[in-house]
Design a protein around this ligand. Structure first.
Ligand code: PEP
Ligand code: MN
Length: 357
């Protein structure tokens, strides 16, 4: 399937001088909270107002959204501020209600993208309607599932498309609520270069103090914009309080972001160089992670061999492994010498670790 410039018309036609900013509360709570937040956001770079009307909660008992009574509040936001408005839809009924109330853009939540039946149901409910649909990544790091959801909308005739990167569920992250796993978004961008890619640092960070840093990475990687949860009184928000910022804090973030202009060729060069360097930094970080995991396994093997008094060096396994690596490397255009050098170093370190057990 091909995603073309036509599919990003909704964004290009906005003619923005900066990456798109979608802001507003995690949840619509009261009419006053929604309208006050929207009016404050008029003083910022915000282009589209967001608010969750139906909230998919991981566990029952939390605030599940005000439901359809909140839709007229978003209509008032449109009338009073001129913002386009967007909300999450999770089934065909939500689609029908959102369309009836003039919602301009729909987004598909991370817990919905995981389910092709529901994605298809929503896509079918949208047949014949040309409204932009933004697909959040699924909660699990599965790129085909994310792409598959986009393809279902495209196949159903939705021509205005985009994706939102909100990170991936994890049990063991100190820094992130949802790990960014940037390489997945970079892969997606390689597959569909014209598809607008929007960063949701709020759900990646889960806290306020790291939003700027994560947003800067998104900017350096050439994302098309940001969705940032913004609330008139974040500490007292009914959902996701820790990660929401005030409209004034949002302005601070967008002011602090170092935006690299696309105008001159020299700047274009700098921008591309920065983007590629950032990509390299992220890949190098993953290499370190993977090497750490590999050495952890080597240690386990060392313990096993020790318990059975088996020799550490198994020469036949090592030479088979090396020839396979050389073959695999060839397919990726990597030279035999390079692969041998890298894997010798890894092998030596593995043996040292096994010796220490
Ligand atoms: C949200 O944007 O408030 C939301 C529920 O997001 P996600 O689907 O990314 O968890
Ligand atoms: Mn939220």
């Amino acid at each position: 399937m091909e995603i073309t410039k036509e599919n990003r018309k909704w964004l290009d036609e906005m003619g923005l001088s900066h990456p798109i900013v979608i802001a507003g509360p995690c949840s619509a709570e009261t009419e006053e909270q929604v309208l006050k937040t929207a009016h404050e956001l008029k003083k910022t770079d915000t282009n589209v107002f967001r608010a969750g009307i139906w909230k998919p909660r991981t566990r029952p008992g939390g605030f599940e959204g005000v439901g359809a009574v909140g839709l007229p509040w978003l209509q008032r936001v449109k009338e009073e501020t001129g913002f386009k408005v967007t909300t999450e839809v999770g089934n065909a009924n939500h689609v029908e209600l959102a369309l009836k109330h003039g919602i301009d853009i729909l987004w598909i939540g991370a817990r919905t993208t995981v389910n092709p039946f529901v994605v298809q149901e929503i896509a079918d409910a949208l047949k014949g309607v040309d409204i932009p649909v933004l697909v959040k990544n699924p909660v699990n790091p599965d790129l085909p599932l994310w792409l598959g959801a986009v393809e279902r909308f495209k196949t159903a005739g939705i021509s205005q498309l985009g994706v939102i990167h909100r990170g991936f569920s994890t049990y063991n992250s100190l820094h992130y609520r949802n790990k960014p796993k940037w390489h997945l978004a970079i892969e997606l961008k390689k597959e569909f270069p014209s598809l607008p890619l929007i960063l949701d640092p709020s759900h990646i960070c889960g806290r306020r103090d790291t939003l700027l840093d994560v947003s800067q990475t998104g900017l350096d990687l050439n994302y098309d914009g940001f969705m940032i949860e913004t609330h008139i009184d974040p500490d007292n928000a009914w959902s996701d309080a820790a990660q929401q910022v005030t409209p004034a804090q949002l302005s601070q973030i967008t002011d602090d972001l170092k935006i690299r202009q696309k105008s001159s060729t020299k700047e274009e060069f700098q921008r591309k160089l920065t983007m590629h360097r950032k990509e390299l930094d992220l890949i190098d970080g993953s290499i370190i992670d993977i090497l750490g995991d590999r050495m952890g396994i080597a240690k386990e093997i060392g313990k096993l061999k020790h318990s059975e008094n088996v020799a550490i060096l198994q020469s036949s396994r090592w030479s088979n492994m090396l020839s396979k690596m050389v073959e695999d490397g060839k397919e990726k255009g990597l030279s035999k010498d390079f692969i041998e050098e890298v894997f010798r170093a890894i092998h030596v370190e593995s043996i040292n670790i096994q010796h220490k057990v």
